[in-house]
Design a protein around this ligand. Sequence first.
Ligand code: ZN
Length: 258
Amino acid sequence: MLQIYPVYAFNDNYIWILHNEKYAVVVDPGIAKPVIDYLNLKNLQLTALLITHHHNDHTGGIIELLEKFNVPVYGPQSESIATLTHLVKEGDEVSLKELCLTLNVLDIPGHTVGHVAYYYGKHETSMLFCGDTLFACGCGRVFEGTAQQMYQSLQKLADLPAETLVYCAHEYTLKNIQFARTVEPGNLKLEALENTVRALRSQNLPTIPTTILKEKMTNPFLRCDHPEIIQYVSKHLGKKLSNPVSVFSTLRSLKDNF
Ligand SMILES: [Zn+2]
């Protein structure tokens, strides 16, 4: 029976541990200690590391984990991360035999230039590990790529099956909802979502995973063609925008300063 456990790290990072009764795979270990503690607690054997992009809060624990466990480290081909043993790109498959899972690699540049996601979609279960690209009700900053690339990467994720569980790497949901309500006040789903998320956070519970369907209904960065959002950014800029990439780019810079 597969379980997916969030290890909370730093201020707001999630390090996802996929495991069964015996074996574990870790996504984006920014720090080793809490991961090792969980593996010990559950008596799990680490079998692989999956890396989405090069930022230190996603890679900082790799070396310490490799000192304890000799395991393959999968990560983006077009980023230089010295500790990777298996370079992956769109179209590649990552076979996690001990968990009976095969993941598909997706290229999703924008936040960083070589950012990848890992997707599993079979039977009734679909799940996505998307690092810092798609967040619940938000998206990552565009640090290295272009707005066009980030927009296309988000569209690629939005095209995955609606029920796909989305495991992103940060707990930013509440702040993201506050921004979303500013730019799309008429979206009534956001108020209900904020209530749910506040209740979870008041008990220190994660608001992740989200789903693709939920994001399509609430995430402004996946709703750049919606009239209220177009109107909001057009008013802000003082000119009518209609191209969704321009709407996205303006929304992203508004969020950077929110
Ligand atoms: Zn990052």
